[in-house]
Ligand binder design. Sequence first.
Ligand SMILES: C[S@@+](CC[C@H](N)C(=O)[O-])C[C@H]1O[C@@H](n2cnc3c(N)ncnc32)[C@H](O)[C@@H]1O
Length: 206
Amino acid sequence: MDEQTARHWDEMYRARERQWSGRPNPHLVDVVGALPPGSALDLGCGEGGDAVWLARQGWRVTAVDVSATALERSAAAVTAAGVASLVDFQRHDLARTFPAGRFDLVSAQFLQSPLDFPRAQVLRAAVRAVAPGGRLLVVEHGAVPPWGAAEHRHVRFPTPQETLAELDLDPDGWHVERLDAPQRQATGPNGEAGTLIDHLVLVRRR
Ligand SMILES: C[S@@+](CC[C@H](N)C(=O)[O-])C[C@H]1O[C@@H](n2cnc3c(N)ncnc32)[C@H](O)[C@@H]1O
């Protein structure tokens, strides 16, 4: 566990009673809502909105985060939702350790960090964790939100095509199901309406 990484994210979470909405990520719902439940790995689970939703759909979830605070909040959320028996929480600094096992779904939702983060290494470990017939779903910010700080506006995020290349998939072993940059309407912290651009990669192991 890198203490600086853990401290950064713990402080981010502790700065507010609740950091995220508690709702599941919309592209996860969109993609996974149509799939039969199985085993899922949620990388960087945050406060557990996705883990709760997945478990409510009948998925058995392994939910991972580096932040103990995030994991405590996630545990409270699955207990409140009555689905705690379906969720196994594990604390990992994914730069150093990765959960064991293979999963029907590996989900990385906004697993993005302002700190040093070996993104390609973690994404390739995510690829290895997909069971035969299973899927990897990576959703990331494609642009800074319109209400983002001016000093962040120059940030350029990897395109879906660049992320796909980083996965380094054997083309015979994988099928690319989605590779796009969907837009969605959202509301900023001060109630301002805006359009968000996400980058989405969905691949299925044959
Ligand atoms: C932007 S948040 C997204 C949280 C959640 N997936 C969501 O969509 O609401 C990124 C999450 O990744 C976690 N994270 C960042 N670096 C990590 C690392 N090295 N290992 C494990 N988790 C990490 C953070 O603690 C945080 O909860």
